[in-house]
Design a protein around this ligand. Structure first.
Ligand code: AKB
Length: 311
């Protein structure tokens, strides 16, 4: 069967990279980009694009029917730092858009759903190092509460209605094509732009705040990897732990200095550091590696080299 894929939130940080890779493997015309704002020119010109507000179920149903959609990648979310400023809006966006797609999946309007969770679903009493797949989860942010709730709803729909929904807990994602917006981990992208342009960066996290991170090509590989895995291999239907490397701002600055020796980092810590301190530092992703063969390609140094080449 020819898959027809709809990406919700395609103009965002993950969407821009994901659309390019999906179009390469499934064919331009079979991958529909959608967002409330227009995407980059090359995305608009290489295949179909629809303006879709993921909160508008009628519009979602219209686009799914129009293109004969078989799979949806749901990438719409208000991230951690922004959702702390507007909790009700964040909760609404993150949950209502998920329920629309889960309900449409239950009604068999399409066959398979990808919905991302995050390390934000963990909380202050979760083990910080080698965070296991199954552990205490007590998120302290609106975004994290929406991700943990979403995971449980995905599992519920899978068990109760037999739908095929798959999910990964993303670490902080680093990319150069599109900048992230409103996350706690955004510094790890901003730092590269400032390092190249100004040779210095003022960081809002403390120098020793460690977080799990991943380079975007690996995140895209994992996202498509879990969607293409045989259904019986995807045993966990809440969400899978996923890891590549972890670093503190100080360690990232050291890695950048290997290429830009004069680079300087200073610190002006704000409330985002409190959010980061409630998250794990290093994730154990053995279960994803065993179940559906996940394996990262990029180390910290390889990511830094590639970012500095491309920003
Ligand atoms: C954020 O910082 O909010 C996101 C995330 C870790 O999910 N990048």
């Amino acid at each position: 069967m020819q898959e027809k894929i709809l990406v919700l939130g395609s103009s965002g940080q993950i969407g821009t990279d994901l659309i390019e890779t999906l179009r390469q493997s499934y064919g331009n015309e079979n991958v529909v980009a959608s967002d409330i704002k227009e995407p980059a020119k090359h995305i608009l010109e290489s295949g179909p694009f629809e303006i879709v507000n993921a909160m508008d179920r009628d519009r979602l149903e219209e686009v799914v029917a129009k293109h004969g959609i078989t799979q949806i990648y749901h990438l719409v979310a208000m991230l951690s730092a922004t959702a702390e400023k507007m909790p009700m809006k964040g909760w609404d966006l993150n949950m209502v858009s998920l329920f629309h797609t889960l309900e449409m999946l239950r009604e068999k309007q399409f066959n398979k759903l990808y919905w991302p969770s995050s390390i934000a679903a963990f909380g202050p009493t979760t083990p910080k190092v080698d965070t296991p797949q199954h552990t205490v989860m007590d998120p302290g942010t609106v975004y994290g509460i929406s991700k943990l709730s979403g995971e449980l709803w995905c599992d519920y729909y899978c068990k109760k209605y037999g739908v095929d929904v798959r999910s990964i807990r993303y670490p902080g994602l680093i990319s150069y094509k599109t900048e992230p917006g409103g996350g706690t981990t955004d510094y790890a992208v901003d730092i590269f732009h400032k390092a190249k342009k100004e040779g210095k960066y003022e960081c809002y996290l403390a120098e020793d705040t460690a977080l799990p991170m991943m380079y975007m090509p690996d995140a895209i590989k994992a996202t498509i990897g879990i969607m293409e895995a045989p259904a019986e291999d995807v045993k966990i239907r809440t969400s899978y732990n996923l890891a590549a490397f972890s670093f503190t701002p100080k360690q990232l600055a050291e890695a950048i200095k290997k290429h830009i020796p004069d680079f300087e980092i200073t610190y002006n810590v704000d409330s985002r550091n409190d959010i980061a301190l409630g998250w794990p530092q290093e994730i154990d992703d053995q279960v994803a590696r065993q179940d559906w063969g996940w394996k990262n390609d990029f180390s910290l140094d390889a990511m830094v080299e590639d970012m500095l080449k491309n920003v």
